[in-house]
Design a protein around this ligand. Sequence first.
Ligand code: AVI
Length: 374
Amino acid sequence: MDLITTNLPAEAFPSSTISAKAVIITNHSHSIRQGSFLRQASIYPHYLTDAFLSYPIQQPESKSINHAFLKDVLVGLSQPKKELNCKYFYDERGSDLFDQICQLDEYYLTRTEQMIMDRHVDEMAYQIGTGAMLVEFGSGSSIKTRTLIEALDSLVAYVPVDISEDHLLKTADDLRQRYPDVEVLPMVADFTREFQLPKTVRTPSHAAVYFPGSTIGNFPADQAAQMLSMIARVLGPQGGLLIGIDLQKEPSIIKAAYDDSRNITAEFNLNLLHRINRQLGGNFNVDQFRHHVEYDSNIGRVEIYLVSTHDQTATIQGQEFHFGIGEAVFTEHSHKYTIEGFSQMAAAAEFSLHKHWTDPERQFAVLHLVNERC
Ligand code: AVI
């Protein structure tokens, strides 16, 4: 658990629980189940990550509430432009809905990335090279990674990184049995933060991070750039990064992926309000909000909102929030890149693009980047 203190506005918190000089307690494992990187990501607004100032602490009383979640919700809804952090999509129901999204016809990302991996895994393994340590971000059950593990020549170690300890340890046991020559070294970690690679019995020739799923697209551009720099530092010189990114394309295809005809994505988005009701004692009338998606083709960015269909007030832990008719609460960005644009961002972190693979329609790409720092 991290204890971070800062000077948040008094109105961001119910007076009964936290003083104006508030404490932020983050325990990332509370709210997060398993699987994708986002389920463990700390995508905090800048005002929470920038200047951390120390102030006296008054802890909230209830032990059953996830205080990091409560704090983020109260602060997000107190902004002039209301927002909720997309990392809170992934409670049990949200994770289940996300799995359903991944199987939708309109949601081309998952199946296209898988197709690229299936077709080109041998070339990817060749690019990564012999005797590597492979570090996977948001490994989940590592099932899809097995093809890559099997294709890699003399893989020294596989390091699945995830926040869900139980799941991770079970997966690691399975992998050890399956690949007795590979050291499997699970890490329970939040890899939006700098971490150290584990020590191995045999020395790997280099390390490579595997970061699939286009999850980097859910980070604001500046945080994505910071993550790439952090990965480069962790890997060291000649370290590799195999990363999946969603590509810019005809806007109607992208919009449909986030506004599907079966309304599963709408349910996924609205579940955030249900989750606030369930876990934070909120009283949102969820039926009076609707899912709304925009795609800004200049930036290459999907923007997802919850829009209030009525003039209404919701209360969370005694704090009231008013929503006007048509008022939008921002919930998620999903960036779509060009290969050139992403390579430029990666170049600022001293990664250079060695090879990339796409599907025939150039919807999605997997990039192999190498840290050229000496
Ligand atoms: C996890 N992430 C890559 C998904 C995406 O496509 O940005 C999250 C998502 N949001 C709505 N649909 C899917």
